[in-house]
Write a new protein. Structure first.
Length: 426
């Protein structure tokens, strides 16, 4: 059965829905094991980012409706009803799932057109599934093909030339609010790729000071060292939040890092000087109620979309070129999939021929052991082997000729390269 994908993303579901079906690093392996217990599901990869949750899988032919099976599992795993998520889900099979994964890996399906981070996230998702023993021949080939295609898109188009990303959009918005970033302090919560990218953009735009807060202080210190920043643990955030004019949060925490009470206390110490906050995480790191505070400007990844659109014009032409590459590579993968049927057929045909050979050879050797002349045994071997190998094809061609199955005769002519315009006279 061809691969399929079921999922939701930033175009089909708001963050309030997306955050309820995420798979954090601490649960994804267990989720893969749970998914493996579904009858008929043979391979699976779970891709979960702040903007999408997608399940790629392949099922055997015994599964009547793998899309429904996977959808029901997704809802059940997260303690939801199917009705809670069904309106936001999409599913694709066959050619469409190949095109979808290639587009996702190349950044064409991202909130930020052409953003490069998604490729690393797709690779990580595949590696996790592979190490968990959940990938086989089909998904391995599909994901490797997606990686190669994404690399070609990066090399052959200008899709990644403009510095556009969620992190870039966040910093661009901060520049609109604070015209001179050199006088501002930014607190970055988390130490992943998005936060690192935000730090880089902040430094390039002359930020005055950076505080990096992370659950693992060693990782915070590692990142802080790159940008001449100050590292703290998450538990120290309340003590330093009053210093922050800009807060960018992006962790994998299943629960909010910043609560309303903590922010209210910081605002009092700041004498109500405003704080600009960007919550890039899904599930959210910053409680939604904080947006109700008068001196806080809180944006989520969904709110950044308008900012991002202003930076995409230069990528549109490159995206069209990328789509042409993807369309070609989809055809290449589907050709490989079709070849799998031929491989099985060839293996079966060779096995059948081998069994006939062994049977005739055994009888020819028996003739020699019984004292028959070698020429007689060889003649028997040649004639019997030829007759047995040709008997079934010849009978089928006769039947095709008598019943007027012209397409079979033409296929046989091409297969055996006989060069005859007409076939069927055996």
């Amino acid at each position: 059965m061809p691969p399929l994908v079921i999922g939701l993303n930033h175009t089909t579901a708001p963050v309030s829905i997306r955050e309820r079906v995420t798979f954090g690093p601490d649960i994804v392996v267990g989720a893969l094991r749970s998914l493996a217990e579904l009858p008929g599901i043979e391979e699976a990869v779970i891709l979960s980012t702040c903007n999408r949750t997608e399940i790629y899988c392949s099922a055997n032919d015994a599964v009547e409706d793998p899309q429904e099976l996977t959808r029901d599992w997704l809802a059940r795993f997260h303690g939801l009803s199917v009705e809670d998520i069904a309106p936001f889900l999409y599913h694709r099979e066959g050619r469409k799932v190949v095109a979808h994964l290639l587009s996702v890996s190349s950044g064409l399906d991202s909130l930020v057109l052409g953003e490069p981070q998604i490729l690393g996230q797709v690779k990580s998702a595949f590696q996790t599934a592979n190490e968990a023993g959940r990938t086989g021949k089909l998904l391995t080939r599909l994901f490797q093909h997606a990686f190669a295609t994404a690399k070609q898109v990066r090399t052959d188009t200008a899709i990644g030339d403009s510095p556009v990303s969620v992190a870039f959009a966040a910093v661009s918005l901060a520049r609109q609010i604070f015209t001179d970033l050199s006088k501002q302090t930014a607190m970055l919560i988390g130490a992943g790729e998005t936060v690192e990218l935000a730090a880089r953009h902040l430094v390039q735009n002359g930020i005055g000071r950076i505080i990096v807060a992370n659950r693992t202080i060693a990782r915070a210190e590692e990142l802080a060292l790159q940008f001449d920043a100050y590292a703290i643990s998450l538990t120290e955030i309340p003590s330093h939040l009053a210093d922050a004019d800009i807060v960018v949060a992006s962790t994998a925490s299943p629960m909010p890092i910043l609560g309303k009470g903590t922010v209210e206390s910081a605002l009092k110490r700041r004498r109500h000087r405003p704080i600009f906050m960007v919550d890039i995480a899904v599930p959210r790191d910053i409680e939604a109620e904080i947006a109700d505070l008068e001196d806080v400007y809180l944006y989520t990844v969904d709110d950044l979309e308008d900012v991002i659109q202003d930076n995409l014009r230069s990528r549109q032409e490159a995206a069209e070129q990328a789509r042409e590459i993807i369309a070609f590579q989809v055809d290449e993968f589907l050709a490989w999939m079709r070849s799998l049927d031929a491989v099985g057929l060839i293996q079966d045909y060779r096995q059948q021929a081998g069994e006939i050979r062994d049977e005739v050879l055994l009888k020819a050797r028996h003739m020699l052991e019984c004292g028959k002349p070698a020429d007689e045994a060889l003649n028997y071997l040649a004639q019997t082997l030829t007759n047995k190998l040709l008997h079934t094809p010849s009978a089928q061609l006769r039947e095709a000729g008598s019943s007027g199955r012209r397409e079979l005769l033409e296929a046989a002519n091409a297969l055996f390269q006989l060069g005859h315009g007409k076939s069927g006279n055996d």
